[in-house]
Ligand binder design. Structure first.
Ligand SMILES: C[S@@+](CC[C@H](N)C(=O)[O-])C[C@H]1O[C@@H](n2cnc3c(N)ncnc32)[C@H](O)[C@@H]1O
Length: 332
């Protein structure tokens, strides 16, 4: 049983820490190498990349802390754009693997809700269920269901649908079918997260366009539902989430840094109109002597750089605290 003050993130960290117990470090490193090779290989594949317990343990140790933080950031942005008392009444996580998005939703929206994780890898679902046993809410509230994306004719209606780090593994036809199915199932919001690379951004834009065509509003990161103002091929919209590295994480990934930054791209689209859309900080703010430079994506579609100086008083102090990915200006 958890101590009452332990956050879901801490519970997840402890659950992950026990994961490679008994596995010699060289064997853990070998499983990670195999995983990296599979993910660098030609995807999509016809069969799950996560084939056995060693694969999923390596995935959970090597990637899950980072995908958890990325989805948590995306859901935080969704919460910031949703009506103040909004919390999803149900959650479907497609290609959920070991359950990173379920832990993230548990963190951002703490009220209990029926949750289903769909994935075609049984070992991933088994490990997800095992990790979730560390949290009473997740232990009882989550169904782990084996399902192949593309084969299912439809998905059950639910308030929140998440698709995190999955589109990259699908063919263009399956990506389109999945986004359409997610849009058809979501009564509240769809959140898609991909790696923060140029091609990850392109897949997010493809999903964003499909969600808008299906009648959704873009709640985050964009402060509007018009076309993305980035000229294709010149840049890509992405963000960064800090991931603290446990000793286990350092052992598996090598290196000694206490943290790493996970770059990700995302879209959170809602059936409801987002509240008071504000600009978003789309690069790391540059702090200079007496001024802060903020690169913004504006509600009146366009990119802009604003300089906030000491003369702006409280706004300047807020700008010094502003983070890449935050809405701007802060709410009073
Ligand atoms: C990179 S992992 C992401 C897992 C999890 N969503 C996360 O953010 O950590 C991709 C997941 O998608 C699942 N997946 C890929 N293609 C699939 C398909 N055709 N049907 C069902 N699941 C699939 C994989 O088994 C894997 O668990």
């Amino acid at each position: 049983m958890n101590a009452p003050t332990q956050s879901p993130a801490d519970t997840l960290r402890s659950a992950l820490a026990g994961l490679l117990d008994g596995l010699p470090p060289t064997q853990a490193a070998r499983a990670v190498d195999r995983l990296i090779a599979s993910y660098r290989g030609t995807t999509p594949t016809d069969a799950p990349i996560l084939r056995d317990r060693a694969d999923v343990a390596a995935y959970a140790a090597y990637r899950m802390p980072a995908t958890y933080e990325a989805v948590r950031s995306a859901l935080d942005a969704l919460a910031g754009a949703a009506p103040e008392d909004w919390s999803p009444a149900g959650h479907l996580d497609i290609g959920g693997g070991t359950g990173a998005a379920v832990w993230a939703a548990r963190t951002v929206f703490p009220a209990a809700r029926p949750t289903t994780v769909l994935d075609w890898s049984q070992p991933a679902l088994d490990l997800g269920r095992e990790l979730a046993a560390a949290d009473p809410w997740l232990a009882s509230g989550v169904r782990w269901e084996r399902s192949r994306i593309g084969a299912a004719p439809g998905l059950p209606a639910t308030d929140l649908v998440t698709v995190s780090y999955v589109l990259k593994e699908l063919t263009a036809a399956d990506r389109a079918a999945l986004t359409a199915a997610a849009a058809g199932a979501a009564t509240g919001a769809v959140v898609v997260v991909e790696p923060g690379t140029p091609d990850g951004y392109e897949r997010v834009i493809e999903a964003r366009d499909a969600l808008i065509a299906a009648g959704f509003h873009v709640a985050a990161p964009c402060p509007h539902s018009a076309a993305c103002p980035i000229v294709p091929g010149t840049d890509w919209c992405h963000f960064s989430a800090r991931v603290s590295r446990s000793s286990l994480h350092r052992q598996v990934k090598g290196g000694s840094l206490a943290y790493e930054d996970e770059k990700f791209a995302y879209v959170a689209a809602t059936r409801f109109a987002p509240r008071d859309p504000r600009a978003r900080v789309v690069r790391r703010p540059q702090i200079r002597k007496g001024q802060v430079l903020l690169d913004l994506c504006e509600p009146v579609p366009g990119l802009d750089r604003v300089t906030v100086t000491k003369k702006h008083g409280a706004l300047y102090r807020a700008a010094r605290d502003a983070q890449w990915g935050d809405p701007w200006p802060p709410r009073p």
